[in-house]
Design a protein around this ligand. Sequence first.
Ligand SMILES: Nc1nc2c(c(=O)[nH]1)N(C=O)[C@@H](CNc1ccc(C(=O)N[C@@H](CCC(=O)O)C(=O)O)cc1)CN2
Ligand SMILES: Nc1ncnc2c1ncn2[C@@H]1O[C@H](COP(=O)(O)OP(=O)(O)OP(=O)(O)O)[C@@H](O)[C@H]1O
Length: 227
Amino acid sequence: MLAPYCETCKAGIMKSDSDPCFAHLLVNGQPVDPDTRRDVSRFRRAERERLLQARRALSASALAAQSDCVANALTDLVVAREGLTIAAYWPIRGELDLRPWMTAAYENGAQIALPVVIEKNAPVAFHLWQPGSPMKRGIWNIPVPETGVAVSADVVIAPLLGLDAAGFRLGNGGGYYDRTLAALPGMPQVIGVGHDFCCMETIFPMPWDIPMQQSVLGDGKVIDHAH
Ligand SMILES: Nc1nc2c(c(=O)[nH]1)N(C=O)[C@@H](CNc1ccc(C(=O)N[C@@H](CCC(=O)O)C(=O)O)cc1)CN2
Ligand SMILES: Nc1ncnc2c1ncn2[C@@H]1O[C@H](COP(=O)(O)OP(=O)(O)OP(=O)(O)O)[C@@H](O)[C@H]1O
């Protein structure tokens, strides 16, 4: 006789119908208390809303000035050269616009890639981009390169919605960067970039959260997160 599957997670195999299943309490193989997970997820949702509002309140010129500040700091931090692959991003929802820096890094010989959601709730792929690459709309309408040439990244520039004192990132809430970094064979250099108002005390890190090594903020401040 086949062992029954858990109705909640469709994955845990129970010895019998009356056996409790714990598989859906695991995230990335680690146990997470469901009440804590719910509370943290509520807190993060409220913080995302607050930070998105702060972004919307920013004028176009202030956004451009913060983007320039971050780009200048990145130029010192990441030496763009042949053989280096940098995963950056195409700005959405008021994110800092680093496209001029991406263009300069490309002109200095680096390969540039953009994150592409291939499947929901799965790691993203990094697809090659160069200035003028034809783009199409991907999942959630995010522009992605029309031609999907996947590469692995030496440096990942991760857009921050929030950043906590320990270097943990609050993003758009899909868990894509955490999933992606967890699935890589080796850890690239991960640099968070965010607005000058993105700092928060804690995101209440969960077992799946992967911290940034460094972050650069819209006022040009570079933070080394010691881990
Ligand atoms: N520019 C940029 N590109 C990026 C990211 C990013 O943060 N910035 N990502 C970094 O991760 C990935 C996309 N992440 C995203 C995660 C969630 C949502 C989103 O709209 N979520 C819905 C709720 C989704 C659902 O419940 O299924 C929402 O917020 O309304 C969008 C993008 C890949 N590309
Ligand atoms: N490695 C992982 N394996 C399985 N689930 C994961 C993993 N990383 C994150 N998640 C899930 O993704 C969800 C969203 O995570 P989180 O709130 O940290 O998103 P985020 O980092 O702000 O989003 P994003 O990276 O898309 O901008 C959580 O419910 C979490 O359980």
